[in-house]
Design a protein around this ligand. Structure first.
Ligand SMILES: Cc1cc2nc3c(=O)[nH]c(=O)nc-3n(C[C@H](O)[C@H](O)[C@H](O)COP(=O)(O)OP(=O)(O)OC[C@H]3O[C@@H](n4cnc5c(N)ncnc54)[C@H](O)[C@@H]3O)c2cc1C
Length: 388
């Protein structure tokens, strides 16, 4: 349900204060300790961040897409590891069940995901299956009232903390493509499910990924999301359309934050007897960054509004994710440049945010995969117009 505009404004201003007063001051601690402090996780729960998008009937705020991206513009201003803590619940870790789950699955899991009591992860990628997501090799063989899962999922965000995994597995081995894939809600602690060691990553310390391994892991047939086989890839794509807009919004938030940092540094630093901010070559980096961030914000909002209006936004979501993630990469790079030598030094946030931003061009579909989605739709449209 859409919020009143002053309620949304109030939510955004509360989130901005939370970011400025709690998250940004804790960035160095999180980066050093590779953990989000419990006090901050508790504050996230109290603010309802785990349930931003869960339907109200299940204890969430039920934000529309436009409201969700508006909230994420604010939350995205902090180092991305903070957002990662609750974002799998808001997005990929919950949406499979929220969009396509049976009434029983929704009632069983959504309230606990919305409160943050349960962390949800989304397990699609495998060691041999990344961009070509429809070729999932993990299998789910029906055995009476159970399915038996075998396979390994790779780089699963929040897996070390998750109590519930949305797992894509092949139920029909005769179908090599996406139509043989189904989605399952698998609980941590199910015999046959184990976790690999958390990976050491380039950036986003405080957010954790690891392998999720299934060895003859028996789950009840009621774990099949939506109760119908062969719908898993469709579920995954619906989750990712929404997820890509969420990620694009996070890129906008980080872009705007980095531009603020860049300006603050440049006005304070003097060379050749004047402020860095007075050099026109430096100013060009501000202007390019502002135009990048503004264009990304406009794309994300437009695509979010179209999705709320019930339109299919696969192409717009891919455009927004591609543009916003590339833009934040350019802005983070300019920020290092504006900081000069200090930009390369740990004490300043510029190098951290540069490393943190790099991931946005890779997960939830690389830039090349977004290009493929966009171009495929354009070519299909052109063929249809030409009657070919
Ligand atoms: C920190 C982190 C967190 C992640 N979290 C999750 C998660 O929670 N759940 C999950 O399921 N996955 C997750 N992933 C996985 C992520 O979505 C994949 O890494 C990503 O989709 C790319 O897949 P890949 O790594 O196998 O690369 P590959 O598919 O091997 O691609 C390698 C390169 O080839 C390019 N490429 C591939 N195919 C084509 C093509 N047809 N045309 C042109 N270029 C192509 C790619 O763009 C890329 O540049 C995460 C990854 C990381 C690093």
């Amino acid at each position: 349900m859409a919020l009143e505009s002053d309620t949304l404004a109030q939510l955004c201003s509360t989130l901005r204060r939370f970011v400025d007063e709690q998250l940004i001051p804790a960035e160095a601690e999180v980066s050093e300790s590779d953990a989000i402090p419990d006090r901050i996780v508790a504050q996230m729960r109290a603010l309802g961040l785990f349930g931003l998008t869960a339907p109200e009937e299940f204890g969430g705020l039920g934000l529309t897409m436009e409201e969700e991206v508006s909230a994420i513009f604010e939350l995205g201003r902090a180092a991305p590891a903070f957002r990662s803590m609750f974002a799998t619940n808001v997005g990929i870790g919950m949406q499979g069940i929220a969009i396509d789950g049976t009434p029983e699955q929704k009632a069983k899991y959504l309230p606990r995901l919305a409160s943050g009591e349960l962390i949800g992860s989304f397990a699609l990628t495998e060691p041999e299956v990344g961009s070509d997501a429809g070729s999932v090799r993990t299998t789910a063989r029906r055995d009476g009232d159970f399915y038996v899962l075998n396979g390994t999922k790779r780089f699963i965000t929040n897996a070390p903390h998750a109590g519930l995994f949305t797992v894509m597995a092949r139920t029909d081995p005769a179908q090599k493509g996406a139509s043989g894939v189904s989605a399952f809600a698998v609980e941590r602690g199910t015999p046959g499910l184990s976790l690999g060691k958390p990976e050491k990553k380039m950036g986003q310390q405080g957010a954790h990924v690891c392998d999720v391994i299934f060895e003859d892991c028996r789950v009840p047939a009621s774990a099949l999301i939506g109760g119908v086989e062969g719908q898993g890839f469709k579920t995954a794509m619906k989750v990712l359309d929404k997820g890509r807009l969420h990620i694009a919004a996070a890129c906008v938030g980080l872009s705007e934050r980095i531009l603020d940092d860049m300006l603050a540094y440049a006005v304070g630093r003097k060379q050749f007897g004047k402020s860095l901010a007075d050099f026109q070559l430096i100013q060009a980096m501000f202007a390019d960054s502002k135009a990048d961030a503004y264009a990304a914000r406009c794309m994300v909002l437009d695509a979010a509004r179209k999705r709320d209006a019930g339109l299919n936004v696969s192409v717009e979501a891919s455009c927004a994710k591609m543009f916003a993630s590339e833009a934040v990469g350019r802005i983070a790079d300019r920020n290092v440049q504006v900081h000069g030598g200090n930009g390369y030094i740990r004490e300043y946030r510029a190098e951290q945010l540069f490393r943190d931003a790099r991931l946005f061009r890779i997960y939830e579909g690389t830039t090349q995969i977004q290009q493929i989605v966009i171009a495929k739709a354009l070519v299909a449209g052109a063929r249809a117009s030409a009657g070919l």
